[in-house]
Design a protein around this ligand. Structure first.
Ligand code: HEC
Length: 184
């Protein structure tokens, strides 16, 4: 079952997943950070942290900033959504942790300026995991199932993933490859 689910997600979202896999395959790199979206106390804590620190850019309803996909001189400055219309869910927990802590993914070229703040020193590791748990807890089951496949041991796979009907959203190939674009 898991293999079939993984295949579906890889076919649909191969580009994004390959981008993560290129620098750090979570199944072999010893990824250790995991945000537990089923831990309601953690999710509640994360909701407060989100509203004070992240909602201003990423939206109170996780909807992102207007025109976030537009490829113009502001590309990369607008905050993408964290809901299923964005691509946060196309990264495993370790990579999401890295983005919040450092402002960049582990495979982001060093000379790229990111407008995502680095929360290292401003937020503890536990607080970062809480806010990620809150974000993940807002996702529908298909998104959660797909994202969990990017974690070691499919950590975070919803218990009912193989019992309910779900499909991935049609935006899997949404404007994503910002880092790939820079060589053009
Ligand atoms: C000042 C605005 C701003 C704030 C505040 C902010 N972000 Fe961001 N964030 C961004 C921008 C802009 C990007 C896209 C960076 C890029 O593409 O270069 C981003 C990207 C991200 C990503 C990567 C999403 C993806 O799919 O590529 C995550 C995860 C993230 N932010 C989480 C958070 C969290 C959690 C908080 C609060 C603790 C937060 N952000 C606060 C602006 C912000």
């Amino acid at each position: 079952m898991k293999t079939r689910l993984a295949l579906v997600a890889l076919l649909a979202c191969g580009a994004a997943q390959a981008a993560d896999a290129a620098s750090s395959d979570p199944h072999t790199s010893g990824a250790t950070h995991f945000a537990d979206a089923d831990d309601t106390a953690l999710v509640d804590k994360g909701a407060t942290i989100y509203s004070y620190n992240c909602a201003g850019c990423h939206g109170r309803r996780l909807q992102g900033q207007a025109l976030w996909q537009l490829r113009d001189q502001y590309l990369g400055r607008r905050a993408p959504p964290h809901d299923s219309t964005g691509h946060t869910w196309q990264h495993g927990d370790e990579e999401l942790f890295t983005v919040v802590k450092t402002g960049k993914f582990s495979n982001t070229p060093k000379d790229i300026v990111s407008y995502m703040p680095a929360y290292d020193g401003k937020m503890s590791d536990d607080e970062i995991l809480a806010v990620l748990a809150f974000i993940k807890a807002q996702w529908p089951v298909g998104i959660r199932a797909s994202q969990s496949m990017l974690n070691p041991g499919f950590k975070g796979m919803p218990k009912d993933a193989d019992k309910v009907d779900w499909t991935l959203p049609p935006n899997c190939t949404a404007s994503f490859q910002r880092w790939g674009e820079t060589s053009k």
